[in-house]
Design a protein around this ligand. Structure first.
Ligand SMILES: [Ca+2]
Ligand SMILES: [Ca+2]
Length: 131
C-alpha cells in the first residue's frame, strides 16, 4: 500500500518561479502466507484447592525457535516459562493459580516474517496439586 501526497506549489512574487514538490511514501508491509506462528492453548477446570501447585511440562525434541508458556491471569497473558527445554520443566505456580481453573498457552517467539518452520514435541502437560 503506497500513499503519495500530491504535488503542491506556492504562489510567489512576480518573477520568481519556484515550485515545491513533496512526496511521501508510506509502505505497509503485510506478512505473506508463508510465515509460521504457534499459539496453542491448554486449560483446566474444576481444580481442587491445594497448598502446593506446580505446572509440569515434559518436552521432547524442541525446535530451534524458543518455545514459551504463558498463563492467563484474567486480563492478559503472563509468561511463566521463558524457554521450554527438552525433559522436565517444573514451575511453582503456587502464587499464580488461585482459582479452580487455569489456562496456559504455548507460543513461539517470532511470527511476522518467520519463514522457517520449527517442530516441538510436548509429551505431557499437567498440574501437580497437593497439601
Ligand atoms: Ca514462528
Ligand atoms: Ca520458526
Amino acid at each position: 500500500m503506497v500513499f503519495k501526497e500530491n504535488e503542491t506549489s506556492l504562489a510567489l512574487p512576480l518573477g520568481k518561479q519556484t515550485a515545491y514538490l513533496d512526496m511521501i511514501s508510506i509502505t505497509k508491509e503485510v506478512a505473506g502466507s508463508d510465515y509460521y506462528d504457534l499459539d496453542l492453548e491448554v486449560s483446566w477446570s474444576g481444580l481442587p484447592s491445594k497448598t502446593n501447585r506446580w505446572l509440569t511440562v515434559y518436552g521432547g525434541t524442541i525446535g530451534g525457535e524458543t518455545l514459551k508458556v504463558d498463563y492467563w491471569d484474567g486480563s492478559s497473558w503472563i509468561n511463566v516459562i521463558p524457554s521450554v527445554s527438552a525433559g522436565w520443566n517444573n514451575i511453582d505456580i503456587s502464587g499464580i493459580l488461585d482459582s479452580s481453573s487455569f489456562i496456559i498457552r504455548f507460543t513461539d517467539t517470532t511470527s511476522i516474517g518467520d519463514s522457517s518452520q520449527n517442530n516441538y514435541e510436548i509429551d505431557t502437560v499437567y498440574l501437580n496439586l497437593w497439601n
